[in-house]
Design a protein around this ligand. Structure first.
Ligand code: THU
Length: 135
């Protein structure tokens, strides 16, 4: 699975977003070390606080299927489903990523409308994190 293919899967998932409130579509595609891919979209709720992000849907789908060894996650998003800029993950999703992804090895892939790709390690986007090694 190439970065481009993973990004394409994330983009495709923005079509599944359930976003009657924000109209901001987000799709995610998570590549596991065994080569399997789990996808997610954001799912909103009239009680706004229980809305769930695309990244966490993808991660929780994988974990619920017994996968906890992750390589990278591609994230794409935009208002009304139109991709313009990069769509970085929210703080809560970054924290969930630390539970399963290695800080240095786990990669976050973002792309914009110009097909520019940015790749970050989890450590880069969540410095000085609180992880299970502290407990
Ligand atoms: N959202 C995500 O799906 N992932 C993020 O990392 C940022 C925000 C969603 C939640 C909500 O449905 C919409 O984007 C606007 O915040």
């Amino acid at each position: 699975m190439t970065n481009k293919e993973l990004i394409e899967k994330a983009k495709e998932m923005t079509k599944r977003s359930y976003v009657p409130y924000s109209h901001f579509h987000v799709g995610a595609a998570l590549l596991c070390s065994d080569g399997s891919v789990y996808t997610g979209c954001n799912i909103e709720n009239s009680a706004f606080g229980v809305t769930i992000c695309a990244e966490r849907v993808a991660i929780f789908k994988a974990v619920s299927e017994g996968k906890t060894d992750f390589e990278k996650i591609a994230i794409m998003g935009g208002r009304d489903g139109v991709i313009e800029d990069f769509c970085p993950p929210c703080g809560s999703c970054r924290q969930v990523m630390t539970e399963f992804g290695d800080l240095k090895k786990f990669k976050i892939l973002l792309a914009n409308a110009e097909d520019e790709i940015k790749e970050y390690s989890l450590e880069e986007i969540l410095p000085m994190s609180f992880g299970k090694e502290r407990l």
